[in-house]
Design a binder for this molecule. Structure first.
Ligand SMILES: [Zn+2]
Length: 295
């Protein structure tokens, strides 16, 4: 986890703006059935947004009150709009309870909360070690459980849909919501046919964002508000993040944390990158070894 007051504060402000917009929509009863099926007040009050030191292009949420944005993602974003779009998308996974759904599908019998807690452990490092160690899980055990979890294509499309609404209501530029995905297309990430991918294609995500921007109600203009960091300030924050990341120490424990962070299934790319797959394989091997030891 990158510990820097200014960066933490910045990410937290973006997250708070997204969460406040989501809460407005909750009051208007806008959202899927999965959002309204149980108490949801916790979604808007305890959220913590963290920057983690990883060279993978990703962001993820544990589905509860924690969201992790990778430093590499911040470096890739060209503006606050792009970063806010990703945060809004991740928050929508919480809003729609997709993580719980994934847990029901894959991990119910294995104690999904513990596994997700350990992802938090990986991101949080030593400091939260005791907290998660009480779950009594080794890295390999954890890995075997959470790697099976991932969002479906429908989950991703739904997160884009509601993420877009949070993002616009929170004041960012509707025309820019698809910019991050467009950037990934420009970089050549959209080569996988949709049927081979767990995710909608990047081009269909950009197209959907464009259509949604065109269909906003007339009063949407009144939602706009300036970004928290303008272009100059955003560039400054990126430089700061890169500098702080460089000074983060790399001991063995962090090496494991890095591996786990790298392996988290992608929320952004159409398919997991070679680095992600490699990390997943390493974790699966660790899991197999931990199982063999038990016997
Ligand atoms: Zn997603």
């Amino acid at each position: 986890m990158i510990k820097d007051a200014e960066l933490a504060q910045y990410l937290q402000s973006i997250g708070a703006r997204v969460a406040a917009a989501a809460q407005e929509l909750d009051k208007q009863h806008v959202g899927p059935d999965s959002h309204f099926k149980e108490d949801n007040s916790w979604m808007f009050s305890t959220d913590e947004f963290h920057l983690v030191n990883s060279d993978q292009l990703n962001a993820f949420t544990t589905g509860g009150s924690h969201m992790y944005v990778y430093e590499q993602l911040m470096q890739t974003c060209r503006s606050e709009d792009e970063l806010a779009a990703v945060v809004a998308h991740e928050f929508a996974h919480v809003y729609c309870r997709h993580v719980q759904k994934g847990m029901n599908r894959q991990m119910w019998s294995l104690g999904g909360a513990a596994a997700l807690g350990a992802v938090g452990y990986a991101a949080g490092g030593k400091e939260h070690g005791m907290e998660y160690a009480t779950y009594g899980l080794g890295l390999g055990v954890v890995a075997g459980q959470f790697l099976g979890m991932g969002y479906t294509r429908d989950d991703e499309a739904e997160a884009d849909k509601f993420g877009f609404q949070f993002y616009c209501r929170a004041g960012w530029d509707p025309a820019r919501f698809g910019d991050f995905f467009q950037q990934l297309i420009d970089k050549g990430y959209d080569k996988t046919p949709e049927w081979q991918s767990d995710h909608p294609t990047l081009s269909s995500r950009v197209q959907a964002a464009r259509t949604r921007a065109e269909q906003l109600p007339a009063d949407a203009a009144s939602w706009r508000s300036p970004p928290i960091a303008d272009a100059g300030k955003f560039a400054e924050l990126k430089t700061r993040a890169a500098q702080v990341a460089q000074t983060t120490k790399k001991d063995t424990e962090l090496g494991k944390a890095q591996l786990l962070l790298r392996s988290v299934p992608s929320c952004l790319l159409p398919v997991d990158s070679p680095g992600q797959k490699d990390a997943q394989e390493q974790l699966k091997a660790a899991y197999a070894a931990s199982q063999a030891k038990k016997k």
